[in-house]
Each structure stands twice: as structure tokens, then as C-alpha cells.
Ligand binder design. Structure first.
Ligand code: FAD
Length: 509
């Protein structure tokens, strides 16, 4: 079979994850099936955000063949075992966790009902998962000495976006992936409508059988050349900007690196807080319909504190939605060129990983591509719809009415029909196994329950019960056991980082 030529245009996280993954899984150590080149512009930077992940990243890194500790050191990485949502319910300082771990209860899981018919003195997540307890303790997600990518509890990483792309670039190039630093200035079309080649500023003409568009929001090939079409989601998700800062620990040490992402609701959106090894990444995702850029930056600085006064901030504009045909003709869009849903559940890199893995599974080794493209597009389309619903859920069940933004996002016309229908159903029953039966699904009844009960949804179901008769919330034995075991084997997050990755990871003096 002839060697297939793949040209990845763009060298951000999407470009390098895709190139490193395809090379690792499609090429043997000696025999090559695909010849991969990545071209990236030295003049157009990477977006530089995208630093919180979900557990699938461990499989991706393992498939790429990266040694975990080497990767973590190169990427300034730390562990993530949950997202902590603060102020989403009524803005009075309350919080809930969405952890990765969940004690399985089989098909008929009564955890939600049990919690709802109790006095709710313990938050729901603490009754079904050890991780909220361990996150509150400041523990690592992984014991010392554990094998690469293994732990009794599920986990992901916080990782520096620039450094991760750089690490994967070095690894892939070391294995034979070609790297061209040049600007693509033109896309040459073949008479039958496929892409024939791209032309660069320095006069090169690069041909390929398959082009992967990883040019970020520019979408140079998939939209610029192929007009693949776009479905806009901004009626449902109103945030369209972010202002981001990198806060070094020598400017402000919060006392420990947290093994969870914090997402705090602010006046017109929310703020992420991601603790890397040597700095925090913070950013305010907001809607420009409700706050202007200067006011958003001022609100972020006020929230972060006076130590942020001299730290540079960067404003990013984004559009929420997805490319209708991410695989069109001989071009596959992966990363921001394929679409974007705000980063509340860290799904951007997940979609990159899924796209790379799906492309490897459906790789067009034969001549014909369309049936493979149709299936790929159906899989990615379903994931976008799934992520849209789940992210909207966080907004639409809020009780906040303190700003115009919060009053707007909870209006019925801001809820996709699918989600609205499920919310009606979940007034009658808890989310359960059979509500979600797609094997590629990222979010399940477990994740929906974390958000719904974290937001105190579903009170109607116990409206007829006298509150005085509700028993104290029980914490089942298996959860208590997992917490006790975690406390025995998991050191503090700072201890793990220092012991396993070296003195460079020691907390600042
Ligand atoms: P980019 O990083 O923009 O890379 C584009 C590449 O294309 C660059 O290398 C550039 O040089 C190249 N390029 C462009 N034009 C040309 C040209 N003409 N010629 C040659 N090269 C060209 N995801 C998560 O999973 N978790 C998060 O916490 C998260 N937070 C986010 C926060 C914000 C505010 C935003 C906007 C996104 C976030 N994401 C997050 C998404 C994540 O950042 C992206 O999915 C990821 O970084 C992939 O970006 P990319 O590689 O597609 O684009």
C-alpha cells in the first residue's frame, strides 16, 4: 500500500496532539503507513490557553508513548481530580464538586433519590465519591510510586498549553514527523474540488493526500478553502470573550497547589483558576453583551487581588459553535478550526483527542473517503451536541438573578430542546443509566447528577415530605472506605509533585 501523505497545518495543541497520536498508532517502529508533516507559522502564535483536561488525556498520552513524569515536568503539569464550582447556585459563596471518581452502583442507582430524601447535610458529591473529600484535604490524585497513568482514582492534568505543544513537537519530530516553520498563504484546489496543495510565504508548495486543518479559529482550509459551514451556538451559550492572566507563585502563593480546577461565577460569566507547577492560569470567560472588555479585566483583577495589578492580561474573542462537516473532502478540521464550546468542562482538548483517535480508526488508507468522513462527522456532531447540553445545564438551573447576565442565561429560550426535555423528565426520576447509551459519550447520568444536585435541582420531588422528617444524609460505607484508603495512600498534592518530579517542583520558599 502506498504511503499516505498527511499534512497537518497548524502547530498548536491540536496540531501536535494529532501528529504525535497518528504517528504513534498508525506507524510501526520500523514500517511506516503514513508520512506526517506539520507546518506552523512562526508569526502566528498558539492560542496559549487550554490547560485543564479530562481523564481521557491519560489514554492519549499513554497511546502516544509519553513517559508520564517526563511529560509532567516538561508541561509544568499538576493533577486534576475535580472541578469545584463556586457561586453558581445563588452567588452567596456556596460550592459543589464535579469529581471524576464515582462509586458505581449498577443500573438501578438510588444515590440521587437517597440524597434528595435526606436533610442534605452532606453535599451529594460527597455521598457518591471519595474525591470531594480528598480534594478538600489537598491530596494528590495518585499515590507515590504508582505506575504511569495508573491510580485507584480517576484523574487528569492541569498543563501549560505552550509547553505541552512543545513537548509533543519534540517527541514527534524525534520519531520522524517532519516540521516546517512557514506561513501558509494560499490553498490550491484540484479540479474535482479536493485540496491539492498549500503554498507558503517562502515559496514552497506542499502536497498531501489528507490535510488536517489545525489552524485554530482561522480555519484556513476547512472554512477558508472548503466552506464547510458552521452551526452557531451563541443563542444557548452567551459568553464570547475571555481575559486571561498567568500569575506566578512568586507574585502570589495561595498556600498549596490545588488538584482541582476552580470555576467561580462572576457578574457576567465565570473565572477559571488552574494551578500549574510554577504558576496559576486564571481567566474570566464573559459575555460582551453584558460587560465590556475593560470592565471585565477590572472585575478579574478585583477578584484575583492586588498582586495581579502588574500582571499582563490578554483578551481573547471566540465564537461558540461547530463546523457542520469537520471532515470535508480530503480535509479534517481538528481543534478550534472544528469548533468551540466555552471551557467550563474542559472539553476543547477532549475533542482534539477524540478527533485524532476517531481519525486513526477511520483513516482513509484506501482511495475512497466519503463513507469514513460521514461516520467521523456523525461522531463529532454528537459530541458537540452532548457538550452543548451539559455546559448549558450549569447556567440554566441557576437561581441567580443579581445581574442581567444571570437573568438572561436562565430563560427558557436559552435551553436547547433536548436538554429542556430531559430536565422535565428528571423532575419525575433521577438521571439513570439508560438515559445515556452512546458508548462514546463523555457525560453520563453520573456527571449530570453532580451538577443537578450540586445546584439543588429537583426539590419538587420531595415537596410533600415534612422537612423535619428527613433523615441525616448517609455516607455509604464504600465511600467512607475509599476516603479512608485515600487518606492512607495519597500524600498532599505538593508532596507528590516534589517527591516524584524533583526539587524544581518544591513549593516556593
Ligand atoms: P491554536 O493554538 O490557535 O493553534 C493554531 C496553529 O495554527 C498555530 O500553530 C498557528 O501558527 C497555526 N496557523 C494559523 N494560521 C496559519 C497559517 N496561515 N500558516 C501556518 N500556520 C498557521 N480546552 C481545554 O481542553 N481545557 C481548557 O481549560 C480550555 N480553556 C480554554 C480557554 C479559552 C479562553 C479558549 C479560547 C479555549 C480553551 N480551550 C480549552 C480550548 C483549547 O485552547 C484548544 O482546543 C486547544 O488549544 C487547541 O487549539 P488549536 O491548536 O486548535 O489552535
Amino acid at each position: 500500500m502506498a504511503l499516505k501523505r498527511v499534512l497537518v497545518v497548524g502547530g498548536g495543541s491540536a496540531g501536535w496532539i494529532t501528529a504525535a497520536y497518528l504517528d504513534a498508532v498508525l506507524n510501526g517502529k520500523t514500517a511506516k503507513a503514513v508520512d506526517i508533516t506539520v507546518i506552523e507559522s512562526p508569526d502566528i502564535g498558539r492560542i496559549g490557553v487550554g490547560e485543564a483536561t479530562v481523564p481521557s488525556v491519560r489514554d492519549t498520552m499513554a497511546s502516544i508513548g509519553a513517559d508520564e513524569r517526563t511529560f509532567m515536568k516538561a508541561a509544568d503539569a499538576t493533577f486534576k481530580q475535580a472541578i469545584k464550582f463556586v457561586n453558581w447556585l445563588d452567588g452567596a459563596g456556596e460550592h459543589y464538586y464535579h469529581p471524576f471518581d464515582r462509586r458505581q452502583k449498577g443500573r438501578l442507582d438510588r444515590s440521587g433519590l437517597r440524597w434528595m430524601t435526606s436533610d442534605r447535610s452532606t453535599p451529594f458529591a460527597h455521598t457518591v465519591s471519595a474525591q470531594p473529600w480528598l480534594a478538600d484535604d489537598g491530596r494528590s490524585a495518585k499515590p507515590k510510586g504508582a505506575q504511569d497513568y495508573q491510580s485507584p482514582l480517576s484523574y487528569a492534568y492541569h498543563m501549560d498549553a505552550e509547553k505541552t505543544a512543545g513537548f509533543l513537537c519534540d517527541l514527534a519530530v524525534g520519531r520522524g514527523v517532519k516540521h516546517v516553520l512557514d506561513l501558509v498563504v494560499d490553498v490550491e484546489m484540484a479540479p474535482h474540488g479536493d485540496i491539492a496543495a498549500v503554498k507558503t510565504k517562502s515559496g514552497e508548495r506542499l502536497e498531501a493526500d489528507l490535510f488536517i486543518d489545525c489552524t485554530g479559529f482561522r480555519a484556513l482550509l476547512i472554512e477558508g478553502a472548503l466552506k464547510a459551514g458552521y452551526e452557531d451556538y451563541s443563542d444557548y451559550l452567551m459568553c464570547d470573550r475571555a481575559v486571561a492572566m498567568r500569575v506566578p507563585y512568586d507574585a502570589h502563593w495561595p498556600g498549596a497547589r490545588k488538584a482541582y480546577t476552580t470555576a467561580t461565577a462572576l457578574s457576567s460569566g465565570w473565572c477559571w483558576d488552574i494551578g500549574l507547577a510554577s504558576r496559576r492560569g486564571v481567566g474570566y470567560v464573559y459575555s460582551s453583551r453584558f460587560i465590556d472588555d475593560d470592565a471585565a479585566e477590572a472585575e478579574l483583577r478585583a477578584f484575583e487581588g492586588p498582586h495581579s495589578d502588574d500582571i499582563a492580561a490578554r483578551t481573547l474573542k471566540f465564537r461558540t459553535g461547530r463546523r457542520i462537516q469537520p471532515w470535508t473532502r480530503n480535509c479534517v478540521a481538528i481543534g478550534l478550526s472544528s469548533g468551540f464550546i466555552e471551557p467550563l468542562e474542559s472539553t476543547g482538548l477532549f475533542l482534539v483527542e477524540l478527533s485524532a483517535a476517531t481519525l486513526a480508526e477511520y483513516f482513509p488508507f484506501g482511495g475512497e473517503m466519503q463513507p469514513l468522513a460521514d461516520r467521523f462527522n456523525a461522531i463529532i456532531d454528537q459530541r458537540y451536541e452532548e457538550i452543548l447540553d451539559f455546559v448549558v445545564l450549569h447556567y440554566c438551573i441557576t437561581r441567580r438573578t443579581d445581574t442581567a447576565f444571570w437573568r438572561e442565561v436562565s430563560k427558557p429560550n436559552r435551553i436547547p430542546d433536548r436538554l429542556a426535555s430531559w430536565l422535565e423528565t428528571w423532575k419525575l426520576k433521577s438521571p439513570s443509566h439508560s438515559d445515556f447509551h452512546d458508548s462514546l459519550q463523555l457525560f453520563s447520568h453520573h456527571t449530570y447528577e453532580y451538577v443537578l444536585y450540586g445546584m439543588d435541582h429537583g426539590r419538587e420531588r420531595i415537596a410533600n415530605i415534612d422537612p423535619a422528617r428527613l433523615p441525616a444524609t448517609p455516607v455509604p460505607r464504600d465511600v467512607q472506605g475509599a476516603v479512608a484508603q485515600g487518606r492512607r495512600v495519597l500524600p498532599s498534592h505538593d508532596d507528590w509533585l516534589r517527591a516524584e518530579l524533583g526539587e524544581a517542583y518544591a513549593p516556593p520558599a
